[in-house]
Design a protein around this ligand. Structure first.
Ligand SMILES: C[S@@+](CC[C@H](N)C(=O)[O-])C[C@H]1O[C@@H](n2cnc3c(N)ncnc32)[C@H](O)[C@@H]1O
Ligand SMILES: [Zn+2]
Length: 430
Protein backbone atom coordinates (compact mmCIF):
# COMPACT_ATOMS: atom_id res chain seq x y z
CA UNK A 1 0.00 0.00 0.00
CA UNK A 2 1.54 3.35 -1.08
CA UNK A 3 -0.09 5.54 1.51
CA UNK A 4 -2.05 5.44 4.68
CA UNK A 5 -5.79 5.72 4.39
CA UNK A 6 -8.25 7.18 6.85
CA UNK A 7 -10.88 4.63 7.49
CA UNK A 8 -12.38 5.81 10.74
CA UNK A 9 -15.44 7.02 8.84
CA UNK A 10 -16.14 3.48 7.74
CA UNK A 11 -17.81 2.92 11.07
CA UNK A 12 -20.57 5.11 9.67
CA UNK A 13 -21.38 2.35 7.25
CA UNK A 14 -23.03 0.32 9.93
CA UNK A 15 -25.65 3.04 10.41
CA UNK A 16 -26.82 2.97 6.78
CA UNK A 17 -29.80 0.95 5.77
CA UNK A 18 -28.81 -1.25 2.91
CA UNK A 19 -31.23 -2.34 0.31
CA UNK A 20 -31.45 -5.98 -0.48
CA UNK A 21 -30.24 -6.91 -3.92
CA UNK A 22 -33.00 -6.00 -6.28
CA UNK A 23 -32.02 -6.31 -9.92
CA UNK A 24 -33.38 -3.02 -11.23
CA UNK A 25 -32.55 -2.26 -14.82
CA UNK A 26 -34.30 1.05 -15.43
CA UNK A 27 -34.14 4.51 -14.00
CA UNK A 28 -36.61 5.44 -11.27
CA UNK A 29 -37.59 9.10 -10.78
CA UNK A 30 -36.48 10.24 -14.22
CA UNK A 31 -32.92 10.33 -15.45
CA UNK A 32 -31.64 9.54 -18.90
CA UNK A 33 -32.79 6.09 -19.98
CA UNK A 34 -29.76 3.81 -19.97
CA UNK A 35 -29.63 0.10 -20.59
CA UNK A 36 -28.10 -1.42 -17.46
CA UNK A 37 -26.42 -4.76 -17.50
CA UNK A 38 -27.20 -6.69 -14.35
CA UNK A 39 -24.53 -9.08 -13.18
CA UNK A 40 -25.35 -12.03 -11.01
CA UNK A 41 -26.00 -11.18 -7.36
CA UNK A 42 -23.06 -11.91 -5.07
CA UNK A 43 -24.85 -11.70 -1.73
CA UNK A 44 -23.47 -8.19 -1.34
CA UNK A 45 -25.02 -4.95 0.08
CA UNK A 46 -26.81 -2.89 -2.56
CA UNK A 47 -28.03 0.70 -2.83
CA UNK A 48 -30.04 2.56 -5.41
CA UNK A 49 -29.26 6.17 -6.33
CA UNK A 50 -31.33 7.98 -8.99
CA UNK A 51 -32.54 4.57 -10.05
CA UNK A 52 -29.08 3.12 -10.55
CA UNK A 53 -28.26 0.06 -8.53
CA UNK A 54 -24.77 -0.45 -7.18
CA UNK A 55 -22.88 -2.30 -4.51
CA UNK A 56 -20.84 -0.58 -1.80
CA UNK A 57 -18.88 -3.66 -0.80
CA UNK A 58 -16.50 -2.65 2.00
CA UNK A 59 -15.87 0.79 0.53
CA UNK A 60 -16.45 4.12 2.24
CA UNK A 61 -19.87 5.36 1.12
CA UNK A 62 -22.19 8.11 2.31
CA UNK A 63 -25.77 8.25 1.18
CA UNK A 64 -25.90 11.94 2.23
CA UNK A 65 -23.37 12.81 -0.48
CA UNK A 66 -25.94 11.99 -3.18
CA UNK A 67 -26.68 15.69 -3.79
CA UNK A 68 -22.99 16.39 -4.41
CA UNK A 69 -22.99 13.48 -6.85
CA UNK A 70 -26.17 14.76 -8.57
CA UNK A 71 -24.54 18.17 -9.09
CA UNK A 72 -21.38 16.58 -10.50
CA UNK A 73 -23.32 14.39 -12.92
CA UNK A 74 -25.40 17.32 -14.19
CA UNK A 75 -22.23 19.34 -14.81
CA UNK A 76 -20.46 16.46 -16.53
CA UNK A 77 -23.46 15.88 -18.76
CA UNK A 78 -23.61 19.57 -19.74
CA UNK A 79 -19.93 19.34 -20.64
CA UNK A 80 -20.59 16.37 -22.88
CA UNK A 81 -23.51 18.15 -24.56
CA UNK A 82 -21.41 21.29 -25.15
CA UNK A 83 -18.20 19.58 -26.25
CA UNK A 84 -19.39 16.34 -27.80
CA UNK A 85 -17.09 14.15 -25.70
CA UNK A 86 -16.39 13.46 -22.05
CA UNK A 87 -13.36 11.84 -20.40
CA UNK A 88 -13.67 11.61 -16.63
CA UNK A 89 -11.07 10.86 -13.97
CA UNK A 90 -12.63 9.82 -10.65
CA UNK A 91 -9.43 9.96 -8.59
CA UNK A 92 -10.77 8.72 -5.23
CA UNK A 93 -13.72 6.65 -6.36
CA UNK A 94 -14.57 4.53 -3.28
CA UNK A 95 -17.02 1.90 -4.52
CA UNK A 96 -17.21 3.63 -7.92
CA UNK A 97 -20.68 5.18 -7.58
CA UNK A 98 -19.59 8.44 -9.20
CA UNK A 99 -17.83 6.65 -12.05
CA UNK A 100 -20.98 4.58 -12.57
CA UNK A 101 -23.11 7.71 -12.69
CA UNK A 102 -20.73 9.57 -15.02
CA UNK A 103 -20.89 6.60 -17.39
CA UNK A 104 -24.61 5.92 -17.18
CA UNK A 105 -26.14 9.37 -16.77
CA UNK A 106 -23.57 11.81 -18.18
CA UNK A 107 -22.78 9.31 -20.95
CA UNK A 108 -19.05 9.67 -20.46
CA UNK A 109 -17.02 8.21 -23.32
CA UNK A 110 -14.35 7.08 -20.88
CA UNK A 111 -14.00 6.98 -17.10
CA UNK A 112 -10.79 6.25 -15.20
CA UNK A 113 -11.90 5.05 -11.76
CA UNK A 114 -9.13 5.05 -9.18
CA UNK A 115 -9.07 4.26 -5.49
CA UNK A 116 -5.95 3.59 -3.46
CA UNK A 117 -7.57 0.65 -1.75
CA UNK A 118 -7.03 -2.47 -3.85
CA UNK A 119 -9.61 -4.44 -1.93
CA UNK A 120 -12.39 -2.37 -3.58
CA UNK A 121 -11.51 -3.67 -7.03
CA UNK A 122 -14.19 -6.32 -7.43
CA UNK A 123 -16.89 -3.93 -6.14
CA UNK A 124 -15.86 -1.15 -8.56
CA UNK A 125 -15.58 -3.56 -11.49
CA UNK A 126 -18.95 -5.07 -10.69
CA UNK A 127 -20.57 -1.63 -10.52
CA UNK A 128 -19.08 -0.34 -13.76
CA UNK A 129 -19.84 -3.58 -15.59
CA UNK A 130 -23.51 -2.73 -15.10
CA UNK A 131 -23.18 0.05 -17.69
CA UNK A 132 -20.64 -1.35 -20.05
CA UNK A 133 -18.58 -4.53 -20.33
CA UNK A 134 -14.88 -4.17 -19.57
CA UNK A 135 -14.03 -5.25 -23.14
CA UNK A 136 -15.74 -2.13 -24.49
CA UNK A 137 -12.92 -0.13 -22.84
CA UNK A 138 -15.22 2.68 -21.70
CA UNK A 139 -13.67 2.46 -18.25
CA UNK A 140 -10.59 1.35 -16.43
CA UNK A 141 -10.01 0.68 -12.72
CA UNK A 142 -6.69 1.43 -10.98
CA UNK A 143 -5.46 1.43 -7.39
CA UNK A 144 -2.79 4.08 -7.27
CA UNK A 145 -2.21 6.98 -4.96
CA UNK A 146 -4.39 9.78 -6.38
CA UNK A 147 -1.48 12.12 -7.19
CA UNK A 148 0.33 9.26 -8.87
CA UNK A 149 -2.59 8.34 -11.13
CA UNK A 150 -3.13 11.96 -12.15
CA UNK A 151 0.56 12.58 -12.84
CA UNK A 152 0.85 9.31 -14.78
CA UNK A 153 -1.92 10.47 -17.12
CA UNK A 154 -0.32 13.92 -17.34
CA UNK A 155 3.05 12.42 -18.31
CA UNK A 156 1.29 10.37 -21.00
CA UNK A 157 -0.35 13.61 -22.21
CA UNK A 158 -3.67 11.93 -21.60
CA UNK A 159 -5.84 14.79 -20.36
CA UNK A 160 -9.37 14.77 -18.96
CA UNK A 161 -12.49 16.93 -19.39
CA UNK A 162 -13.69 16.35 -15.84
CA UNK A 163 -11.72 15.40 -12.75
CA UNK A 164 -13.50 14.50 -9.52
CA UNK A 165 -11.36 14.64 -6.37
CA UNK A 166 -13.55 13.40 -3.53
CA UNK A 167 -11.03 13.32 -0.73
CA UNK A 168 -11.12 13.43 3.07
CA UNK A 169 -9.82 16.41 5.08
CA UNK A 170 -8.00 19.28 3.43
CA UNK A 171 -6.33 17.34 0.67
CA UNK A 172 -5.11 20.37 -1.21
CA UNK A 173 -2.07 18.31 -2.22
CA UNK A 174 -4.20 16.94 -5.09
CA UNK A 175 -4.93 20.35 -6.60
CA UNK A 176 -1.75 20.75 -8.63
CA UNK A 177 -1.73 17.32 -10.23
CA UNK A 178 -5.46 17.61 -10.95
CA UNK A 179 -4.97 20.98 -12.67
CA UNK A 180 -2.01 19.58 -14.68
CA UNK A 181 -4.13 16.65 -15.88
CA UNK A 182 -7.21 18.68 -16.80
CA UNK A 183 -7.85 19.91 -20.35
CA UNK A 184 -8.10 23.65 -20.78
CA UNK A 185 -11.78 24.45 -20.47
CA UNK A 186 -12.15 21.29 -18.38
CA UNK A 187 -13.96 20.98 -15.05
CA UNK A 188 -12.40 20.25 -11.68
CA UNK A 189 -14.75 19.09 -8.93
CA UNK A 190 -12.84 19.26 -5.64
CA UNK A 191 -13.61 18.67 -1.99
CA UNK A 192 -12.53 19.68 1.45
CA UNK A 193 -14.03 18.23 4.61
CA UNK A 194 -11.86 20.35 6.87
CA UNK A 195 -14.38 22.13 9.10
CA UNK A 196 -11.69 22.91 11.70
CA UNK A 197 -9.71 25.02 9.23
CA UNK A 198 -12.73 26.84 7.82
CA UNK A 199 -13.88 27.52 11.38
CA UNK A 200 -10.59 29.32 12.00
CA UNK A 201 -9.43 26.77 14.57
CA UNK A 202 -6.26 25.79 12.72
CA UNK A 203 -4.96 28.94 10.96
CA UNK A 204 -1.47 27.48 10.50
CA UNK A 205 -2.96 24.37 8.93
CA UNK A 206 -5.14 26.34 6.50
CA UNK A 207 -2.10 28.48 5.69
CA UNK A 208 -0.07 25.39 4.82
CA UNK A 209 -2.91 23.71 2.91
CA UNK A 210 -4.55 26.60 1.06
CA UNK A 211 -2.22 29.55 1.65
CA UNK A 212 -4.97 31.24 3.70
CA UNK A 213 -4.69 32.29 7.33
CA UNK A 214 -8.29 31.69 8.45
CA UNK A 215 -9.72 33.13 11.67
CA UNK A 216 -13.11 32.34 13.30
CA UNK A 217 -15.93 34.23 11.56
CA UNK A 218 -19.73 33.89 11.82
CA UNK A 219 -19.94 32.74 8.18
CA UNK A 220 -17.13 30.19 8.49
CA UNK A 221 -18.82 27.63 6.25
CA UNK A 222 -18.79 30.08 3.38
CA UNK A 223 -15.18 30.86 4.27
CA UNK A 224 -14.49 27.10 3.85
CA UNK A 225 -15.67 27.29 0.23
CA UNK A 226 -13.68 30.48 -0.38
CA UNK A 227 -10.55 28.95 1.15
CA UNK A 228 -10.83 25.96 -1.19
CA UNK A 229 -11.48 28.08 -4.31
CA UNK A 230 -8.65 30.44 -3.30
CA UNK A 231 -6.26 27.49 -2.92
CA UNK A 232 -7.20 26.22 -6.39
CA UNK A 233 -6.91 29.74 -7.86
CA UNK A 234 -3.39 30.02 -6.45
CA UNK A 235 -2.33 26.63 -7.89
CA UNK A 236 -3.85 27.51 -11.26
CA UNK A 237 -2.05 30.87 -11.35
CA UNK A 238 1.23 29.14 -10.58
CA UNK A 239 0.77 27.00 -13.69
CA UNK A 240 -0.24 29.95 -15.87
CA UNK A 241 -4.02 29.39 -15.77
CA UNK A 242 -7.02 30.76 -13.95
CA UNK A 243 -10.16 29.16 -12.60
CA UNK A 244 -13.80 30.25 -12.57
CA UNK A 245 -16.20 28.78 -9.98
CA UNK A 246 -19.34 27.40 -11.63
CA UNK A 247 -20.93 26.40 -8.33
CA UNK A 248 -19.93 26.04 -4.69
CA UNK A 249 -21.76 23.69 -2.38
CA UNK A 250 -21.61 23.31 1.37
CA UNK A 251 -23.25 20.31 3.04
CA UNK A 252 -23.66 20.01 6.78
CA UNK A 253 -22.81 16.31 6.96
CA UNK A 254 -19.07 15.91 7.05
CA UNK A 255 -19.00 18.94 6.72
CA UNK A 256 -18.37 18.82 2.99
CA UNK A 257 -17.16 21.77 0.92
CA UNK A 258 -17.39 21.06 -2.82
CA UNK A 259 -16.61 23.40 -5.67
CA UNK A 260 -16.82 22.98 -9.42
CA UNK A 261 -14.18 25.03 -11.20
CA UNK A 262 -13.56 25.63 -14.89
CA UNK A 263 -9.91 25.83 -15.86
CA UNK A 264 -9.05 28.56 -18.34
CA UNK A 265 -5.89 29.54 -20.14
CA UNK A 266 -3.86 32.52 -18.89
CA UNK A 267 -3.19 34.12 -15.56
CA UNK A 268 -5.45 36.89 -14.42
CA UNK A 269 -3.26 39.81 -13.44
CA UNK A 270 -6.09 41.59 -11.76
CA UNK A 271 -6.39 40.08 -8.25
CA UNK A 272 -9.83 41.58 -7.63
CA UNK A 273 -11.34 38.30 -6.45
CA UNK A 274 -8.40 37.12 -4.38
CA UNK A 275 -7.84 39.08 -1.19
CA UNK A 276 -8.70 39.47 2.47
CA UNK A 277 -11.95 39.63 4.40
CA UNK A 278 -12.44 41.11 7.82
CA UNK A 279 -15.13 40.79 10.47
CA UNK A 280 -15.46 43.32 13.29
CA UNK A 281 -16.54 41.76 16.58
CA UNK A 282 -17.51 45.17 17.96
CA UNK A 283 -20.06 46.31 15.35
CA UNK A 284 -20.60 43.09 13.39
CA UNK A 285 -19.73 44.67 10.03
CA UNK A 286 -17.65 42.84 7.46
CA UNK A 287 -15.11 44.33 5.08
CA UNK A 288 -13.20 43.25 2.01
CA UNK A 289 -9.58 44.35 1.82
CA UNK A 290 -7.50 44.41 -1.33
CA UNK A 291 -3.76 43.77 -1.40
CA UNK A 292 -2.93 47.47 -1.51
CA UNK A 293 -4.83 47.94 1.77
CA UNK A 294 -2.43 45.67 3.66
CA UNK A 295 -1.33 47.58 6.73
CA UNK A 296 -4.40 49.84 6.64
CA UNK A 297 -7.08 47.41 7.72
CA UNK A 298 -9.51 48.97 10.12
CA UNK A 299 -13.21 49.14 10.88
CA UNK A 300 -15.00 52.50 10.73
CA UNK A 301 -16.39 51.89 14.24
CA UNK A 302 -12.96 52.40 15.79
CA UNK A 303 -11.30 54.84 13.36
CA UNK A 304 -8.71 56.30 13.51
CA UNK A 305 -7.49 53.73 16.03
CA UNK A 306 -6.28 50.28 15.00
CA UNK A 307 -9.31 47.98 15.28
CA UNK A 308 -8.45 45.31 17.83
CA UNK A 309 -11.95 43.99 17.25
CA UNK A 310 -11.25 43.28 13.59
CA UNK A 311 -10.28 39.72 12.59
CA UNK A 312 -8.92 39.23 9.10
CA UNK A 313 -8.73 36.03 7.02
CA UNK A 314 -7.03 35.45 3.73
CA UNK A 315 -5.95 35.55 1.09
CA UNK A 316 -8.95 33.67 -0.23
CA UNK A 317 -11.50 33.86 -3.04
CA UNK A 318 -13.71 36.93 -2.59
CA UNK A 319 -15.54 36.73 -5.94
CA UNK A 320 -18.79 35.02 -6.96
CA UNK A 321 -19.39 31.52 -5.61
CA UNK A 322 -21.46 30.46 -8.60
CA UNK A 323 -22.27 31.20 -12.23
CA UNK A 324 -26.05 31.79 -12.34
CA UNK A 325 -26.46 30.96 -16.05
CA UNK A 326 -24.59 27.69 -15.57
CA UNK A 327 -26.78 26.78 -12.59
CA UNK A 328 -29.90 27.47 -14.67
CA UNK A 329 -28.59 25.06 -17.33
CA UNK A 330 -28.09 22.47 -14.60
CA UNK A 331 -31.60 23.05 -13.27
CA UNK A 332 -33.12 22.72 -16.75
CA UNK A 333 -31.27 19.47 -17.30
CA UNK A 334 -32.43 18.18 -13.91
CA UNK A 335 -36.01 19.01 -14.99
CA UNK A 336 -35.53 17.22 -18.31
CA UNK A 337 -34.31 14.16 -16.42
CA UNK A 338 -37.34 14.21 -14.14
CA UNK A 339 -35.24 14.88 -11.03
CA UNK A 340 -37.36 17.81 -9.97
CA UNK A 341 -40.45 17.44 -7.85
CA UNK A 342 -39.71 14.01 -6.47
CA UNK A 343 -37.31 14.66 -3.62
CA UNK A 344 -39.23 16.35 -0.82
CA UNK A 345 -38.44 19.51 1.07
CA UNK A 346 -34.62 19.45 0.83
CA UNK A 347 -34.95 19.30 -2.89
CA UNK A 348 -32.30 19.74 -5.54
CA UNK A 349 -34.53 22.36 -7.16
CA UNK A 350 -34.65 24.43 -3.97
CA UNK A 351 -30.89 24.15 -3.51
CA UNK A 352 -30.06 25.22 -7.08
CA UNK A 353 -32.57 28.09 -6.95
CA UNK A 354 -31.02 29.44 -3.73
CA UNK A 355 -27.59 29.13 -5.34
CA UNK A 356 -28.87 31.14 -8.31
CA UNK A 357 -30.11 33.86 -5.93
CA UNK A 358 -26.74 33.84 -4.17
CA UNK A 359 -25.08 34.56 -7.52
CA UNK A 360 -26.37 38.17 -7.64
CA UNK A 361 -23.14 40.08 -8.43
CA UNK A 362 -24.17 42.84 -6.00
CA UNK A 363 -23.94 40.39 -3.07
CA UNK A 364 -20.69 40.24 -1.14
CA UNK A 365 -18.98 37.45 0.74
CA UNK A 366 -20.51 36.14 3.98
CA UNK A 367 -24.02 36.33 5.39
CA UNK A 368 -25.80 37.86 8.35
CA UNK A 369 -27.21 35.33 10.79
CA UNK A 370 -30.52 36.56 12.14
CA UNK A 371 -29.69 35.24 15.61
CA UNK A 372 -26.53 37.33 15.74
CA UNK A 373 -28.38 40.37 14.46
CA UNK A 374 -31.18 40.06 17.01
CA UNK A 375 -28.78 39.53 19.89
CA UNK A 376 -26.74 42.60 18.87
CA UNK A 377 -29.94 44.65 18.47
CA UNK A 378 -31.49 43.18 21.63
CA UNK A 379 -34.76 42.68 19.79
CA UNK A 380 -36.68 39.72 18.48
CA UNK A 381 -35.68 39.24 14.89
CA UNK A 382 -38.27 39.89 12.19
CA UNK A 383 -38.87 36.90 9.97
CA UNK A 384 -36.31 36.24 7.27
CA UNK A 385 -38.88 37.00 4.59
CA UNK A 386 -39.91 40.34 6.16
CA UNK A 387 -36.32 41.47 6.63
CA UNK A 388 -35.39 40.46 3.09
CA UNK A 389 -38.23 42.42 1.56
CA UNK A 390 -37.37 45.47 3.73
CA UNK A 391 -33.76 45.23 2.53
CA UNK A 392 -34.95 45.06 -1.09
CA UNK A 393 -37.18 48.09 -0.55
CA UNK A 394 -34.19 50.04 0.75
CA UNK A 395 -32.29 49.16 -2.43
CA UNK A 396 -30.00 46.49 -0.97
CA UNK A 397 -29.35 43.14 -2.60
CA UNK A 398 -30.46 40.26 -0.37
CA UNK A 399 -30.92 36.53 -0.77
CA UNK A 400 -31.17 33.38 1.31
CA UNK A 401 -28.01 31.36 1.86
CA UNK A 402 -27.83 27.69 0.87
CA UNK A 403 -25.31 27.31 3.72
CA UNK A 404 -27.30 28.65 6.65
CA UNK A 405 -31.10 28.53 6.69
CA UNK A 406 -31.60 31.42 9.14
CA UNK A 407 -29.24 33.86 7.45
CA UNK A 408 -29.33 36.51 4.73
CA UNK A 409 -26.68 37.25 2.16
CA UNK A 410 -26.71 40.99 1.59
CA UNK A 411 -24.61 43.99 0.73
CA UNK A 412 -26.21 45.79 3.68
CA UNK A 413 -23.83 46.16 6.65
CA UNK A 414 -24.83 44.61 9.99
CA UNK A 415 -25.25 48.06 11.63
CA UNK A 416 -27.73 49.15 8.92
CA UNK A 417 -29.51 45.79 9.07
CA UNK A 418 -30.07 46.33 12.80
CA UNK A 419 -31.60 49.77 12.11
CA UNK A 420 -33.93 48.28 9.51
CA UNK A 421 -34.95 45.46 11.88
CA UNK A 422 -35.67 48.01 14.65
CA UNK A 423 -37.77 50.12 12.26
CA UNK A 424 -39.74 47.03 11.29
CA UNK A 425 -40.35 46.28 14.96
CA UNK A 426 -41.55 49.85 15.70
CA UNK A 427 -43.81 49.69 12.68
CA UNK A 428 -45.29 46.39 13.80
CA UNK A 429 -46.00 47.67 17.37
CA UNK A 430 -47.58 51.01 16.36
C1 LIG B 1 -14.60 10.10 0.41
S1 LIG B 1 -14.13 8.51 -0.14
C2 LIG B 1 -14.72 8.45 -1.78
C3 LIG B 1 -16.19 8.28 -1.86
C4 LIG B 1 -16.73 8.15 -3.25
N1 LIG B 1 -16.19 9.12 -4.17
C5 LIG B 1 -18.25 8.27 -3.20
O1 LIG B 1 -18.83 9.23 -3.74
O2 LIG B 1 -18.86 7.38 -2.58
C6 LIG B 1 -12.42 8.67 -0.38
C7 LIG B 1 -11.74 7.45 -0.98
O3 LIG B 1 -10.40 7.81 -1.24
C8 LIG B 1 -9.55 6.70 -1.02
N2 LIG B 1 -8.25 7.30 -0.74
C9 LIG B 1 -7.85 7.96 0.39
N3 LIG B 1 -6.64 8.51 0.20
C10 LIG B 1 -6.28 8.23 -1.08
C11 LIG B 1 -5.15 8.56 -1.88
N4 LIG B 1 -4.16 9.30 -1.39
N5 LIG B 1 -5.10 8.09 -3.16
C12 LIG B 1 -6.11 7.34 -3.67
N6 LIG B 1 -7.21 7.00 -2.96
C13 LIG B 1 -7.29 7.44 -1.69
C14 LIG B 1 -10.20 5.93 0.09
O4 LIG B 1 -9.91 4.54 -0.04
C15 LIG B 1 -11.69 6.23 -0.10
O5 LIG B 1 -12.32 5.20 -0.79
ZN1 LIG C 1 -16.53 47.69 13.66
Amino acid sequence: MLFSLTYSCQTLLSSFSYLKHNRLSRIKCGGPEVPLLTPEPRGNAYHIERGLEFSTGDAFFRQESATGRDLGVLAASLHKKDNGSLRVLDALCGCGIRSLRYLAEAEADFVAANDGNESYESTIVENLSRVSEIEEKRWVVTHLEANRVMMDYYLQKSFFDFIDVDSFGSDSSFLRSAICTLKLGGLLYVTSTDGFSSGGHRPHHSLAAYGAYVRPMPYSNEVGLRMLIGGAAREAALLGYHIIPLFSYYAFHGPVFRVLLRLNRGKIHDSRHYGYIGYCHKCGNSHEFSWDQLGQMSCSCSMPEVSKSLVVSGPLWTGPLHDAAYLMDMLNLAKQWGWIGCDGKDSLEKLIKVMVDESDPKLRFGYIKLDEMSSRAKINSPSLKTLMSALHQKGYAASRSHISTNAIKTNCPMTECIQIAKELLQFSTT
